[in-house]
Design a protein around this ligand. Structure first.
Ligand code: SAH
Length: 392
């Protein structure tokens, strides 16, 4: 099949040649044929030389590139893509790991598949598409996952959310198999994952290594885990021997699962309590003596236009935490806003420390784990950053 063609303005081919996976609408000189949101399109330079193939989209990112050597619509095309992603997870020790059965198989641009997320929870793979193009490919992708992973996967669930697919889109469906056991492992701790209704694909897998690191600072400590979601950091702190953990979130559904996850791991009820509250309000009002505080808010800025407001948000929340943490306390603070880069985040936290009047040292600088790889030509893919601070 011949796909529609998109011809770039002179000079605009350079970023594509340098493997940046997005074509912005302003780079396009002309379009050959009718192009709709989600269509597969070939991209050419202004002289008509083939550059790449991708999914067309409405909006400022006009094409998301997934191939630089054509697309043949055969099953093997998607199998090769998934096999490459799977190979990396094997290499980093996540496939067949007895301690951890929760990991990311496909991380969008980081795996050369913009718009596609695939997470593995035990024997279930969960697909989430962030572009119409990937949404339209979901059945081919599910078939490829089953082919590549064989009997390690007994079901594939499609989240079907995001804007892709329009109103007619189902709320989520099994593309293969049926609902499988949903208790999975992260570094030996057990978690019930709600991939049908939970946030993202059910769990914030990107914090795996940072949750484990929290354990190293939690023995004998009183820990406050704000924005706790289903209790990932709380469980790791309890396992490491925290004397008391408070898990705070504004979502009751998340807190119910946090309680369940703490119980699943056999911890005493008197070492854990949940708090349903707004994190900033709680941090400002409460004068508990916490030794360790975790701040892991949702993305404060989804777009560049919201960056200034996001920075103010980071300063406010970090200042509140720094003001009340015990002397010698440890603060784990994160940002997952892609438009707030490492330096801006660090500067925001520094501003918070100045406002709080506390002396602060950086012990660790944290990031996303290797199953969330960053294409070096697409720095936008580096979104999770964190600091571990010691507060005098
Ligand atoms: N740390 C978690 C992931 C955090 S996701 C983990 O390791 O799994 C962000 C969480 O913040 C969500 O659960 C959301 O319900 C919660 N949240 C959003 N706004 C909030 C607010 N103002 N106060 C408290 N929690 C909030």
């Amino acid at each position: 099949m011949k796909f529609s063609g998109i011809y770039l303005k002179q000079g605009k081919e350079q970023s594509v040649r340098r493997f940046h996976p997005w074509v912005f609408s302003g780079a396009i000189q002309r379009t050959e044929g009718q192009v709709h949101d989600g269509d597969v399109v070939d991209v050419f330079d202004h002289k008509g030389n083939y550059l790449a193939t991708g999914h067309a989209a409405d909006g400022s990112i006009a094409v998301r590139i997934f191939s630089m050597n054509g697309y043949d619509e055969s099953a093997s095309f998607w199998e090769n893509k998934i096999a490459n992603a799977y190979e990396l997870r094997k290499r980093i020790g996540l496939v067949g790991n007895h301690e951890t059965s929760i990991w990311r198989l496909v991380h969008g641009e980081g795996d050369g598949l913009p718009g596609l997320i695939v997470d593995v929870y035990g024997t279930t793979a969960v697909i989430q598409s962030h572009s119409s193009g990937m949404f339209l490919e979901r059945k081919n992708i599910a078939a490829a996952i089953v082919k590549v992973m064989g009997d390690q996967i007994t079901s594939v669930f499609d989240r079907g959310d995001g804007k892709a697919g329009g109103d007619s889109q189902p709320a989520g469906e099994y593309l293969y198999g049926k609902k499988d056991p949903d208790v999975c492992l992260e570094y030996g701790c057990r978690f019930r994952i709600d991939w049908e209704h939970g946030q993202k694909t059910g769990f914030f897998i990107d914090q795996r290594d940072n949750r484990r690191l929290l354990g190293e600072y939690s023995k004998g400590k009183k820990v406050l885990n704000t924005f706790c979601y289903t209790g990932g950091f709380s469980v790791q702190a309890l396992r490491a021997g925290a004397t008391l953990v408070h898990s705070l979130d504004s979502s009751q559904r998340a807190l119910d699962l946090a309680i369940e996850n703490v119980a699943l791991n056999g911890f005493e009820e008197n070492t854990h309590a949940v708090i349903k509250a707004d994190a900033v309000e709680y941090l400002r009002e409460k004068r508990e003596e916490y030794d360790v505080i975790v701040l892991d808010p949702p993305a404060f800025a989804k777009h560049l236009s919201a960056r200034h407001k996001a920075v103010q948000g980071y300063i406010r929340i970090n200042e509140a935490a720094l003001k009340q943490i015990k002397s010698g306390g440890i603060l784990f603070t994160f940002s997952c806003s892609q438009v707030v880069d490492k330096k801006l985040f660090r500067d925001s936290v520094m501003a918070a420390a100045i406002n709080a009047g506390r002396k602060v040292r950086i012990l660790h600088q944290l990031q996303q784990p290797p199953d969330h790889p960053v294409n070096i030509f697409h720095p936008e893919g580096e979104y999770l950053k964190g600091l571990v601070l010691e507060v005098e």
